[in-house]
Design a protein around this ligand. Structure first.
Ligand code: HEC
Ligand code: HEC
Length: 263
């Protein structure tokens, strides 16, 4: 055990002397945060836990769906090995901090990864893992062929209630580069065997009264009493809004009860 070099009561006193009464709580919180930091730095460092990377089957895209190989979810540190690492990292940042980095293109208070959970890397969280290979394709709703650039711009216009990016813009190319990297050179005629979203039971009749009860009990703590979401003190989104002017618009997939049951 190393001894903590910090004298916590002194630090607390100095902080509180410099602050007005109104800031006392901040001082106390700061002091306790410091003490937690001191305790953890004083103890011997635990060994990092080696976690096995999640693996999924690689199956053929034809009807046979033959299981032929394995896809190993890459770690972000592996991006450093890529010749265009900067571009891929930029794409990753844009997907996570879309509102802050592209305010002209995002009308909602949302980021791409407000819906595409955990950098688009997990099953049922609308992952991007197959997206690079999945496009161009004919969209069931419109019957039109859409490439990945257009698909992303569709989310800009509806899910983000914003404006499309220029197809050749560095931002669009960076997002595509991230999605390409995530596909890990999966051949075009194969796909990673993961489910994009959960299934919605369409036999249920939407019931706003019960919905409100469930919302209050299970969702409002994070998404706000009126679905308005919560931002941090810098104005960045912590919990995204679920409806209203600052959320996705009525054209979004999320607004379809057969897809996401959110309105
Ligand atoms: C409000 C939630 C939401 C936000 C925000 C959002 N999306 Fe989406 N996105 C969806 C849904 C839902 C789908 C699937 C829609 C469908 O099945 O028609 C989707 C589909 C996609 C797809 C196609 C996935 C595939 O493999 O078919 C891509 C790529 C995509 N979004 C990228 C983005 C990007 C990039 C952004 C940010 C600019 C973004 N999305 C913002 C909800 C969202
Ligand atoms: C513990 C906090 C928490 C609770 C409770 C919670 N969510 Fe979320 N929700 C989040 C976060 C955080 C995100 C953004 C995704 C991310 O950052 O991983 C999100 C994203 C969403 C989204 C997609 C983005 C959007 O704004 O449309 C929907 C829809 C959603 N939540 C609905 C719900 C519903 C419905 C409930 C209650 C049944 C609920 N959430 C409960 C934290 C929470």
């Amino acid at each position: 055990m190393k001894k903590s070099p910090l004298n916590l009561p002194t630090i607390a006193r100095v902080i509180s002397q410099k602050m007005t009464i109104g800031n006392l709580t901040t001082a106390i919180l700061t002091a306790s945060a410091l003490s937690i930091a001191a305790i953890s730095s004083g103890c011997s460092q635990p060994e990092p836990i080696e976690q096995n990377a999640p693996e999924y089957g690689l199956v053929t895209t034809d009807d046979a769906n033959e299981d032929i190989d394995t896809y190993v979810l890459p770690q972000d540190t592996a991006i450093l090995d890529e010749p265009n690492a900067d571009e891929i990292f930029y794409g990753k940042r844009l997907l996570n901090e879309t509102k802050r980095l592209l305010p002209e293109h995002v009308g909602a208070q949302m980021n791409c990864n407000s819906c595409h959970i955990s950098q688009g890397k997990i099953p049922l969280g609308d992952p991007y893992i197959n997206s690079y290979n999945f496009y161009p394709r004919v969209m069931p709703r419109s019957g039109k062929e859409v490439d990945l650039t257009k698909r992303i711009n569709g989310c800009f216009q509806r899910s983000m209630n914003g404006k499309p990016l220029k197809p050749e813009s560095p931002e669009m190319l960076a997002m595509l580069a991230y999605m390409k990297w995530l596909s890990q050179n999966t051949p075009k005629e194969q796909k990673v065997d993961i489910q994009n979203t959960g299934k919605v039971d369409e036999s249920l009749t939407p019931d706003p009264v019960r919905g409100e009860q469930i919302y209050k009990a299970q969702c409002a703590t994070c998404h706000g009493d009126n679905g308005e979401g919560i931002k941090d003190s810098r104005g960045d989104i912590v919990f995204p809004p679920l409806w209203g002017d600052e959320s996705f618009n009525i054209g979004a997939g999320m607004a379809r009860t057969y897809k996401a049951a959110a309105l």
